[in-house]
Structures are given as C-alpha cells and as structure tokens.
Design a protein around this ligand. Structure first.
Ligand code: ADP
Ligand code: ZN
Ligand code: ZN
Length: 751
C-alpha cells in the first residue's frame, strides 16, 4: 500500500448508498493526520459554500492535487469506527484494485451494493393446510397419476409444513399455476410471510446428524482453533458425499453462537433447492441466500437484512463475499476449484484470495472444501500456508463406482467407427433393461464440433470472431460467440478436397446416435442451446430426477453437483476434448471434470459404472482420474507447472489489448511491450521477469474487435505488482480511445 505519510491529498466520497459513485471531492490531509489516515476511513469534512460539516469515506490518497492546492479545504477529523462495514469494504475494494488492476470506482462498484428504488416485494410462504395422513393419501394419487410437479411440492410440504414461495417457484421448479391449483384443492394455503423470527424457527429445525469420527476430528480441531482465537485458512479435501457440508454446518453453528456472521460460497450451479433447504433446516431464519437470478433490488434487500442483523448466514455465489456483515467470523468456499470463483469483469478477482483478504479485515477464518482441490490451494496446503484435512470415505454404504477406461484408437482398429465403444454400448443396454438411468457427458455443444479438412487442415471459422464454426443439425455452420451463420460446403474452400468434415461430436450428435442405436430410450439434452430460456435448466434437471427420461446427454452442466440416485452409468464420450484446450490449466480442468463426472454414478445403494472413452489413455490426467488418485495427479501436474513457472509456482499477468483495427492493436501492444522490456532490463524489476508475446489471442477477433494477448511471468508477486502499475501508468499516459487494455492476474481461462 502507498505510504500514507507521503500523501498530501485525499479523494473523498460523501454518499456511497448511491448509483453515482464516481463523484469524489478532494481535500487536503492536515499534517497531524498524515500518519494515521488510510483508505476506507470515515472522516469529517467541511462541505459546500456554508462549510457544513458532513461525513465521507476516503477512497484514495494521492500526492497529486486536482485543483489549486491553496483552494483545497482540509479534513477535520477521522471518525472511523473499525466495526464500520463500509470501512472494511472500501479497504477490500482498494486491495482488489491494487491486486488485480482496475480503477477504484470499478472496484468500489463491485463491493458496494447499489441501491435502486424498488417496489417492496411481499414475502410469501406456502403452508400445508390438511393433516399429514390426508396429505400422504393425496401424495399417492399424484404419484399414480404422474403429476410430478404436484408430487414434488407436496412431498416437500409434508416434510417441511411451510415453504418459502420464492424458493418453491425458483429452485423446486414448481410453477405458480401448480401452487394455485393445489390451493384451490384446499391442500395448501399461500400466506403472507410472518415476521422474521429471531429464534431461528425452532419447530422447523431438525436435530443435526451425529458426525462420524473423521468428520468430528475436523470440526473439533477447527472449532478449537476458533475458540482459542487462531485464525487461518483450512482446506478440506473430501470426495463428494464424504460429509463436508455437515462439517461446515457444525462449525458454522459454533461461530454463529458466538454472535459472529458466516458467508458460505457455493458455485451458482450447485445452489440448488436441496442445498439451500439443508441450511434452512438447520439454521432456519438466520439464513439468507442470493443468486444471479435475483434482481439487483432483491439482492439489495437480502444485503440489507444482513446489515440490520436479521440474518447471520449468507449463502451465495462469489458476490456473496460482499455481504455487509459487521463481524464476519468465518468464510466457507465449497467446491473451491470451480472457475466461476474467478470474476470475468474487472477487477478480475478470485474469490479464494479475496475471501482471505476479507477474513484478515474481520479477523475471520476461511474454510475451503473440494473433492478436487485447485492446484493453487493444494500447493498452499503442502507449503503449510493452509491446514489440510482429508475425508476419505463416503457416508453410509454408497460405494465409489467402477471406472473403465476405453482406448478409442483400439476401437477404430477393431472396426468400430461409432462413437460408442463396445463397452459403453453393452453397459447402456444393460441399464436400459434394468430401468436405471444413464448420463452421457460431452465437452462440447452443438450438433458437432469444428469443421476441418483432413487433407489440408483448414478449419472453417467465423469471419467476425475467429472461432471455429459448429455444424448444426439443420446443416448450417454457426458461430457460438456472435451467432453468425453460413451454409456448409461439401468441399474444402481452400484445397477443394471432399474430406472436410466435423472433427468432434457435440451433444446433438450424441443424441442422434443414441436415438439410432437405442430407439426405445427416452433422452433429454442439456447444453447452452437447450438452457437458454429462463428456468429451462431446472426443468430439465427436474424431469430427469422424476425419471421422465432414461438418458441425460449434456455438457459440463450435467456433471456438477446434482444427485440422481438412479443414475448408475456415466459415459464420458471423448475425455480428450478439454485436454486439447490450449491453456496451461487444460489438464487440471480435465482431471476435475472426469473426477466429478465419475462422482455422479452410483450414489445410492446401487453400484455404478463410469466409462471414460479417450484417444490418450496414457495421459496422466486421465490415468489419475481413472484411478481416482488426486495425489498422483497433483505430483505430475505440479512438476509441469514448476518446469514452466506456471501458477501456482510462478505467477502470470495476462494483458489483453483490444481495439477496432488490427494495426492499432498491433501498434499499441507492441509499443507497450517495448517500453516494458526497456523498463525490465534497465529498471528495478530484473531479473526474474519474462514477457511472452504479444501474440494474437486464441480468439483473435471477437465481435469485430481485435485482441492481442501478452503474458508476464514471475515468481515474485511484488515485482508483478510493479509491472501492473507500470502498465497502468503507461496506459494512463498513452490514453487511446480506440484501445482497451485489460489485466488479469493468474488467469484461469484462456484468452
Ligand atoms: P459432501 O458435502 O462432502 O458432498 P454431505 O455433507 O452432503 O457431503 O453428506 C452426504 C450425505 O450424507 C448427506 O445426505 C448428509 O446428510 C449425509 N451425512 C453426512 N454426514 C453424516 C453423518 N455423520 N451421519 C449420517 N449422515 C450423514
Ligand atoms: Zn482442405
Ligand atoms: Zn462470430
């Protein structure tokens, strides 16, 4: 952080509960405050013509006066109360700006909830209106008549007696029409929600499970640390179903009972009704949730409840980190390896690092949990920065599935040209006979993958976005970024050969092949195309959970966080697809996907099978996934990262330059690189810094914008921070309207 003693001026914002955050006022810092003032401080200042004394927050400290210094007024006093939520959030924003690169205003807009005037929404609940015995009879009727939505709703009502209306219509995926129909039948009533009870709705609460020895060892150890005042980061490495969530809840209980608040991050995709209900059952009205489907007004309301102390546990995706809690004791990040924890807007913050920074400001601990920890977190655990716990067994009798690896090259040699290996075909037939369910996973959407020529290698791309076009079932070639369409041609436009064909299978193609091979099977498909409409994602999942289909075919979306007890076969069509993605995390992502996919089969008492089809069975990511061996994968992967100085061993700063013409972008990024090279050779950073590029980004043109990418690598984060500042200063000084430069520290996706 800049040394505040050197800073003569402070930029102050006077109203932060406002959309217009950009308005700051500059004040002089009096000598006696120079040593103590810091970003986020709440200060008294004379304001306006009358010099009325008002309060504001310090956003920036600088030695650059924006006006004639003689005319600037002086800060009167610092009134910071360290408990003040805004103080911490502004400091956090400052840290994010410094760490990831963005303006202070952008960082501030990320962390401060924006108040919009919204109509008060009435909270409603659904209450069971008939005795349980009668409800059970009714339930039987619904089951018989296959009224699945009614059945689902009634089943939950019998369990819970009262349900949150919003949760029912969003997460349980029951339409308002269904709710109204049951109300007409007199089965339930819709009521205005009662005033929040601070007693956490004791009648609703179920007694928690008794933790097993492994679970108890972890929760005891962390709670013990907590009571002793030890604050740190823990990593719980435990396979899916090993009871991590129960451990979290036990620790949350202890932290909340000390009057502290807890933030629980869950990837959006895993934020299901079932997950939320588990927390609600245990903690009742102390829990609030946010998710991306909430309007900004609804989100603001949930944040206000947190600010007022009405709730003490917030569950949500990465932005739940910015819940305005006064006194956070614990931050939990479940499935911490998920790439959705990295923001794709500036500042491109990572929720794990940001949670650790926030925990530092609050004096809180952090718990990370995953079945396949990110290399970064596991590396830190191995270095002793995190304390590592392992949960090895699944709860109950649920066994891990048998994993079979099939070499597709061999299948081809044997004359099998279909996309199903003999093994997978046999197992699908077997499960269809037994009336059990199947999931087929393909890492690609559309009818097929990119179209390429086997004779000359030419790949057909979008003229606007420079990504390969995908062939759809209607025969057209479609761009998945901008939607550009063209007719497919029977011959290669470059060499004229007729060997041009789609290289890889997509979900539609798999669905077609399934229908041909197993005409009696009922299929569902889930990919970006079928889930465009609001709620369609939940609808497909609900239909599959209700056993309305035998086979669910889908992309990544199907392998994450859902429990389908009747799925006993998971087929991974081509495991290599994500391996060839062309960035340094490809192997890690593949290992995670395969391990998660394997975790989807055989969760109940029926043992499951997983078939991994691949052209590279000897690749370590695939071998380790087949053996369900995290340690083996980690050892191989960390050796590769060390060799190449890739994160987490080294650090990388991605510098993306974008602009309207190729020449402009080339010129700007070239000049920036030259200046940077000069500074590195002659300046204070060398040695230990290297520049890669600038080169065309892997998507070198997106929506008619040209993109060049440059990577700066170093093991030293301080040096990388200096480079970041150098680039920011350069871009400030060489402001070019047609050019945008975006910074991303330790990127998790390719550009
Ligand atoms: P994870 O979060 O690791 O996937 P969960 O905490 O969801 O695991 O546990 C998996 C299932 O086992 C859940 O249904 C949970 O309620 C149950 N469970 C967890 N721990 C216990 C326990 N000690 N006794 C009985 N059931 C448990
Ligand atoms: Zn060709
Ligand atoms: Zn395009």
């Amino acid at each position: 952080m800049d040394r505040s003693e050197d800073m003569k001026y402070a930029n102050i914002i006077v109203n932060i509960s406002h959309e217009n955050l950009d308005k700051t006022f500059q004040y002089r810092v009096p000598d006696d405050l120079k040593a103590s003032i810091s970003i986020g401080d709440y200060v008294s200042i004379p304001f306006g013509k009358s010099d009325k004394v008002i309060n504001g927050y310090v956003l920036e400290l600088t030695d650059r006066a924006e006006y004639d210094p003689a005319k600037l007024k002086e800060i009167i006093s610092i009134d910071t109360d360290s408990r003040l939520v805004e103080h911490k959030l502004i400091r956090l924003a400052y840290w994010m700006k410094q760490t990831y690169g963005s303006t202070m205003i952008t960082a501030l807009k990320t962390v401060l909830p924006i108040k919009k005037i919204v109509k008060e929404k009435e909270e409603k609940s659904i209450v069971l209106a008939i005795p349980e015995s009668e409800a059970l009879l009714q339930l039987e009727q619904f089951v018989k008549k296959h009224r699945t939505a009614r059945e689902r709703l009634l089943r939950e009502l019998i369990n819970e007696k009262e349900l949150d209306h919003r949760l029912v219509t969003t997460k349980l995926n029951v339409s308002t029409a269904t709710v109204n129909a049951l109300e007409k039948q007199g089965i339930l009533t819709v009521e205005k929600k009662r005033v929040y009870r601070n007693t956490a709705g004791t009648e609703k609460q179920k007694s928690p499970v008794t933790l097993n020895n492994e679970q108890k060892r972890i929760s005891d150890s962390i709670i013990d640390d907590y009571r002793k005042g030890i604050r740190k980061t823990y990593l719980i490495h435990g396979i899916t179903g090993s009871g991590k969530t129960e451990v979290y809840m036990e620790i949350i209980d202890a932290v909340v009972s000390e009057g502290k608040q807890v933030i629980v991050l869950i990837p959006e995709i895993a934020l299901t009704y079932q997950t939320v209900m588990r927390f609600l059952r245990r903690f009742g009205d102390k829990v609030s949730t946010i998710h991306s489907r909430l309007s900004s007004g609804e989100k603001y309301d949930q944040f206000e409840r947190a600010r007022k102390g009405d709730v003490s546990i917030m569950i949500g995706p990465r932005s739940a980190l910015f819940t305005p809690f006064e006194n956070v004791g614990l931050i939990i990040i479940d499935e911490e390896h998920e790439s959705s924890y990295k923001s794709d807007n500036m500042p491109r913050y990572h929720a794990v690092e940001t949670a650790e920074e926030l925990a530092g400001l609050h004096g809180a601990s952090v718990i990370l949990g995953s079945a396949t920890p990110s290399l970064d977190s596991y590396h830190r655990a191995k270095n002793g920065d995190y304390e590592l716990f392992t949960l090895k067994e699944r709860i109950g009798d649920a066994k891990l599935p048998a994993v079979h690896c099939v070499d597709m090259r061999q299948e081809l040699k044997n004359g099998n040209r279909s996309m199903f290996s003999d093994r997978l075909k046999e197992l699908i037939e077997d499960r269809l006979d037994k009336n059990e369910q199947i999931m087929l996973f393909i890492n690609r959407r559309g009818y097929s993958g990119c179209v390429s020529c086997r004779a000359c290698g030419h790949v057909i791309k979008c003229p606007h976005c420079d990504v390969s076009l995908s062939k759809h079932i209607n025969g057209k070639l479609i761009c998945h970024y901008c939607g550009y369409e063209k007719e497919s041609s029977p011959v290669c436009p470059k060499c004229g050969s007729s060997t041009i064909k789609e290289m890889r299978a997509g979900t539609e193609q798999v669905e077609d092949a399934v229908k041909k091979m197993f005409p009696y099977a009922v299929t569902l498909r889930m990919d970006a195309d079928t889930t465009k409409k609001k709620d369609s994602y939940e609808k497909i999942l609900a239909a599959f959970a209700n056993r309305e289909a035998d086979i669910l075919i889908g992309t990544q979306m199907i392998v994450k966080g859902h429990d389908f007890p009747y799925v006993t076969l998971m087929g991974i069509m081509v495991a290599d697809m994500s391996l060839n993605a062309g960035d340094y995390r490809a192997a890690e992502r593949t290992f995670q996907l395969l391990t998660q996919a394997a975790g989807r089969a055989g969760r109940a008492d029926i043992p499951g099978d997983v078939v991994i089809q691949t052209y590279q069975p000897e690749h370590y990511a695939i071998e380790a996934a087949v053996g369900q061996d995290y340690e083996k994968f980690y050892d191989e992967e960390i050796a590769y990262r060390s060799l190449m100085d890739y994160p987490p061993v080294g650090h990388m700063l991605a510098v993306l330059t974008e602009g309207g013409t190729r020449e402009e972008v080339d010129r700007y990024s070239g000049a920036l690189a030259d200046k940077l090279k000069d500074a590195i050779i002659n300046g204070p950073y060398a040695p230990g810094i290297s520049i890669i590029g600038p080169a065309d980004a892997s998507i070198s043109k997106l929506n008619d914008i040209y993109r060049k990418i440059m990577y700066i690598k170093s093991k030293d984060t301080d040096k990388l921070g200096k480079v970041k500042e150098f680039i920011e200063d350069y871009c400030d000084a060489n402001n070019d309207r047609g050019i945008r430069v975006t910074l991303d520290r330790d990127p998790v996706r390719g550009y």
